[in-house]
Design a protein around this ligand. Structure first.
Ligand code: NAP
Length: 256
């Protein structure tokens, strides 16, 4: 697709900020969406061809405001999201509700707002930043994994609905990425340390894969690519995780 306008949610840090930089370097005019205004303004100064919309995507009214300001975009990267680690029974309801609103509701709502225009113009690409955890729902991340499973199912169905329309819908199933994700998870009430916090690829690596996905659209990409074994792993070794997973979580709890 020829470079045009790209909306990136969660552009104030991590994967979103790196994707915005990558797309701007490839000639896209990027619209940066997240809550932290200073971060967005700093990124705007750095990359130049960008617009800033400081928005809390957990709010329905705010999402509509974003759409009304932008109206048309060629690319929508639904990336804003956060995690929380620990026993579901100890997860505060406010955190559950916020996670469902940001990880699920904002993705569905923004997609519904922008998709009709893309279909009318026969041009567009919606990229949902998911996670391999959507396919391996591990202990400690019950709600987070469920939000990412939702993203997988939602994307797959929409990808099929939009076939031959000129619009693509894709999901990025990322493994661990070194961003502020773990810091943000542990900073929330009752939040534990995510076991993968010291692992992962860089946000820039994910951003390069996203930019390539726009040039070569596919329903799903794994980052890194070898994590494509995860659906097979869950099918073949889910029984093993049923036994070992709870022990790992208990150990993590005890050492906290
Ligand atoms: N890091 C990983 O290991 C990993 C692995 C797989 C998938 N992912 C997914 O990648 C995406 C990006 O995460 P990241 O790793 O880059 O973490 P990050 O550095 O913490 O970035 C999260 C982004 O989401 C934004 N966000 C959170 N709540 C928001 C809200 N209510 N309204 C608007 N924006 C909000 C944050 O901006 P503000 O705080 O400024 O609002 C921030 O820009 C998430 O969907 C995450 O689930 C991450």
């Amino acid at each position: 697709m020829k470079a045009g306008t790209a909306v990136v949610t969660g552009a104030s840090s991590g994967i979103g900020a790196a994707t915005a930089r990558q797309l701007a370097a490839a000639g896209w005019r990027v619209i940066l969406v997240a809550r932290r205004l200073e971060r967005l303004l700093g990124l705007q100064t750095e990359i130049g061809n960008a617009e800033v919309l400081a928005t809390d995507l957990s709010s329905e009214t705010e999402r509509v405001r974003v759409f009304e300001k932008i109206r048309e975009t060629d690319i929508l990267v639904n990336n804003a999201g956060f995690g929380w680690y620990g026993y579901f029974s100890k997860m505060p309801w406010e955190t559950v509700r916020e996670m469902l609103r940001v990880n699920v509701e904002a993705t569905v709502h923004l997609t519904q707002l922008f998709l009709p225009g893309m279909l009318a113009r026969k041009r567009g690409h919606i990229i949902n930043v998911g996670s391999v955890s959507g396919g391996i729902p591990s202990q400690g991340i019950a709600v987070y994994a469920a939000t990412k499973s939702f993203m997988d199912a939602f994307t797959t169905a929409l990808h099929r609905e939009t076939r031959n329309t000129g619009v693509n819908v894709s999901v990025v199933r990322a493994g661990p990425v070194r961003t502020e994700f773990c810091e943000s998870a542990v900073g929330r009430e009752n939040g534990g340390h995510v076991p993968t916090e010291r692992m992962g690829v860089s946000a820039e690596y994910v951003a390069r894969r996203i930019e390539r996905l726009i040039r070569h659209p596919r329903r799903v990409i794994y980052v890194p690519w070898w994590l494509g074994v995860t659906p097979w792993f869950e099918l073949s070794f889910g029984w093993l995780e049923d036994r070992l997973g709870p022990l790992l979580l208990r150990r993590k709890e005890r050492s906290a």
